[in-house]
Every structure is written in C-alpha cells, then in structure tokens.
Design a protein around this ligand. Structure first.
Ligand code: NI
Length: 224
C-alpha cells in the first residue's frame, strides 16, 4: 500500500526545519547507501556532526511521526529509524534501487516501510519526482512541503533528476509490527471502518465486534 499523508509537519516546524537546513553542512549522500545503490545515488545529505541542531531536526521529524494518527494506523511502527535529510541540487538524482533490507550497526532493524517527507514546495524546483515501480507500472510523486509518502521498502524506486532549484526531503525507514504489507492493509481498512462506524453510531455492539476482530488479528500478526 502506498499512502500520501498531507500536513505531517506544522507550518512552524516546516519553517524551523528549513531555516536550520539552510545553514547546515551537506555532504555526499553515498555514505549511507548500500554498495549497489551507491552506484546510482547522486545527492547530498545533512552531515550528522552530533550537534544539537542536527539532533533537534531529527526530533522534530520523529515527533511529527509519533503524533500522526494516520501514519500510526497505516504503518504500525515498531522501530522508526532516525531521519536522514537529503538535498538534490540541479543535476542530482537517485537512480533505480531497492533500499537495504536490514539497517543499523549494533541495533539491527528490518526495513518494511520507506517514507519521504517533502520539505521544499514543489513549485520551487523542477524534476525530483519520487518514482515507485509496481506491477501496475510506474507512478511519480511530488508532494507539497510538509506532506509525506509511505511505501513498501520492497519496491524498486528512484528520484528523477532535479533540473532547477533544490529539493529538500527527510527520509527514513520503519520496521512494522506487521511485516506483511497485505496484512497491514487489512488492519488499516478495518481500523478505518470501525472509526467511521464510531463516528456515525457511537460505541455499539457492531463497533465492539469489529474492535474485537481488529485486536485479535493484530495479536495474530504482530511480531514483537
Ligand atoms: Ni530508496
């Protein structure tokens, strides 16, 4: 399931992030790519110098993900990796690749869901679409600043060349409580349906049965 979520960042957070990134030091992005992805990765990434400013940037992203109920419902995060901040200037791109399946050094995690949180307004740069391949074909995404796309880490995807301006984004990966994307989608649909039912009719017998089914499916499928 591919899901676009609007307004993940408040206007205040977006301004704070962009002004911190404006003066920050960006380095070659190849350092955080796997050996084959490195061959096609041509972008820059915020240098993690351990400073309070970089930590604050990561915290703003992680807090935004924690408070976003749609993200929580759809992704069921178990582990959320610290965000990376990427910048594509004119001429930069990230060719077709699959993200590393296992990430981390001492603390390992499996990547189930990849996410890109767009930080630049789409009219300020040309190109730079995130293109995701699926059995239905390719689909390109270029979202408003503050909006996010979440997609299965199992996919081949790329970032089209930026031909003018700069594209800033935060990217990260999630290990879900539910590894299988089809199972996650069933749980998301069921959770959405029971919330719709609750809004319409309150906590009645139907709501209780659907809640029981949701909880018991999650018990079946969650890997802790
Ligand atoms: Ni990727």
């Amino acid at each position: 399931m591919i899901l676009c979520i609007a307004d993940v960042l408040t206007a205040k957070d977006l301004d704070a992030i962009n002004s911190l990134l404006h003066t920050a030091n960006f380095v070659d992005g190849k350092t955080t790519a796997g050996w084959h992805a490195r061959l096609v990765k041509h972008n820059t990434q915020l240098q993690d110098d351990g400073s309070a400013a970089v930590q604050h940037l990561k915290t703003l992203i992680s807090q935004a993900l924690q408070r976003n109920s749609l993200f929580q419902m759809a992704v069921l995060p178990k582990v959320i990796r610290e965000a990376l901040f990427s910048r594509y200037d004119s001429g930069m791109s990230y060719g077709t690749h699959v993200d590393n399946a296992v990430m981390g050094k001492s603390e390992l995690m499996r990547s189930d869901v990849s996410l890109t949180l767009f930080l630049s307004q789409p009219e300020t740069y040309d190109g730079g679409e995130l293109v995701i391949e699926s059995s239905q074909g390719e689909q390109g995404y270029k979202l408003a600043a503050g909006s996010m796309i979440v997609y299965p880490s199992t996919t081949l995807h790329r970032v089209e060349p930026v031909t003018a301006g700069s594209r800033l984004a935060a990217v990260t990966w999630v290990q879900s409580l539910v590894r299988d994307s089809a199972q996650r989608e069933i749980l998301f649909d069921l959770d959405t349906a029971r919330q719709m039912l609750f809004e319409k009719s309150g906590k009645n017998a139907e709501f209780d049965l659907i809640s029981k089914t949701y909880a018991n499916l999650l018990r079946q499928w969650a890997a802790l």
